[in-house]
Design a protein around this ligand. Sequence first.
Ligand code: AMP
Ligand code: MG
Length: 400
Amino acid sequence: MLTVEEARQRMLETIGVLPTETRGILDCLGTILAEDLYASENIPPFNNSAMDGFAVIAADVSNASKARPVELSVVEMIQAGYAPATRIQQGSAARIMTGAMMPEGADAVVMKEVTELEGDKVSIFEDVEKDENVRFTGESVKHGDLVMPKGKLIRPQEIAMLASLNRSEIQVYKRPKVAVVSTGDELTPLGEPLTAGKIRDSNRYGICAQVAEAGCDPIDMGIARDNEAETEEKFREALAGADALITSGGVSVGEFDVVKAVLSRLGEINFWRVAMKPGKPQAYGIADGKPIFGLPGNPVSSLVVFELFVRPALLKMAGHSELLRPTFKAVLEENISNRDGRVSFMRSIITSRDGKYYAKTTGPQGSGILHSLVLANGFIVVPAGATIAAGEEVEAQFMG
Ligand code: AMP
Ligand code: MG
């Protein structure tokens, strides 16, 4: 049996990054930048006021106080979006709005709250330093600066920055298209009545959602029956239209597990027994240069194996450099023992108090008990054979 780390490393070594494409600014959230992005403009593009107030010459108001205000003549009002008309001379000021262009001659802004306007005279009750409340040309980004390096994840703030730089399109890595197929004669699609021996197909929906949450595009390929010819046709069709294929079920040792035979014919597939609970049987390989992930059928195993293996692989295909979620120590709130010879990823509720994380499991942890995941916001990682008492620390991670 392989450890989780060994299996993941072997798998990730075989995964390549997808080619690049051009995407519009509103269509690139969650993708990875595939170009070094340099600023073609200064941000801000001109010196402007950070406050509503009065643009002044700082030296004019250096002695201003509540008791001895300094009076200045107001020569104009500058609104955001318009150019000032007048140069500020000694003894004069301009009313100015936040974001409005600084007038020539002025070198500071006094905020409105410490002034009093009467007619075309303003009394100033506080001094300001030169440059105070002024935002300077290029102080956020200078023309020619490297603003975002290749490999950066595009989040809402990156999209705002692209707009600031007048970039309506960028080069990003393609979002992986991922086909998802469930296998098993017992599976019933939503909306159809359950007859004897049948269950709902939950994995396909859960996996499609995990694919989407990882920033990829799921392709729902439905259910393949436990019949070799049908399963092979379905898998080949799915693979042809996608960058990767995820199947669920049929990779264990059951009589009707046709999935293994079919996967073996598609490409170089390894059937792995990974020393983990849940999720021991898994299949992984490459066909037509595309990764195939054969997830176990049990609903909890399927979602956990996705989280630990498929998610990092999809992130790598999409160009990410951070593939794993961070782990941290949490204080156990119950006694735990894992008598198994495999590391156990126990579904848990993780909370934080007084600067520490705490974790307790979500109750029964059988690999078919989907509710153990619904209640959870993360995992604790309990090593093989470990007994950990309440109050001791355990490794933990959040999940999506
Ligand atoms: P298998 O690995 O195909 O033998 O399936 C293991 C267990 O998972 C069985 O109890 C299956 O009924 C169940 N199972 C398989 N596929 C799904 C699915 N798509 N949704 C829910 N349960 C499933
Ligand atoms: Mg099956």
